[in-house]
Design a protein around this ligand. Sequence first.
Ligand code: ARG
Length: 289
Amino acid sequence: MKKYMALATALCLALSLAACGGSTSSSSAAASSAPASSAAASSEAASGTASSEAAAGELTTVVSGKLTMSTNAAFPPYEMTTDDGSFEGIDVEIAGAIADKLGLELQIDDMDFDAALLAVQQGKSDMVMAGVTVNDERLAVMDFSDSYATGIQVVIVPEDSDIASIDDLAGKKIGTQRGTTGYLYCSDTPENGGFGEDAVVAYDDGLTAVRALLNGQVDCVVIDNAPAQSFVESNPGLKILDTEFAVEDYAIGVNKGNTALLDAINAALAELTEDGTVQSIIDKYIPAE
Ligand code: ARG
């Protein structure tokens, strides 16, 4: 409750400090929850234009010649399926641009979100790209690239709901997506600012949680802001609360210790950030207000 705001404020502060401090090294940043260092990323890009291609030379991937990405394509506008069954979204396009730089063919494997995280840990995919938030639990079991986007956990409620702030969530049924940070925050103990496991229902994906909200099976849904916006737009009668739960960094997860791939991804990402590709992909799917 109050703690969430404190957490969000602390995170904002940590993020803005990280953004200001030019001395953040990637190893010390990995220990915090904010591995992104745009200063490091841009100096890398400036130091060698062909760096991602050079790094790609020695890469061994799960399927030779391919960059296999595990994801959960039910998270618009980061990843979703089109009517003809192909994939689109911010992650899909950034991944495609990274694969191009590395001279690999992008292969997308769609599955549940928790399975997508596991696939990379078990060496079944080269990377997980699914609007994945960097946190300490995940840093213990996989490595993360520099961050390429920011996510905010928000609360969706019916338009006529009596829930007006995070404090009002006590005693309510909260819908979440299984295995996500929204689930982790909400199911934590009240001492840690959560509402306890019994208060939280974990659904296969965000849309299923939103449908449960429309059916009155839960009182609210806690989910990332961009998919929240998309779900509220396509489902009349819902709104997003003004209060923010937590501000998070999205990054690409790889198998722990696969530094060759991680370095190649970071070099490609730095080049794509530097030349404006990443921003233009984000702007295409999230038009600035
Ligand atoms: N950012 C949240 C997390 O990392 C939710 C991500 C869900 N992504 C998805 N493609 N369903 O836990």
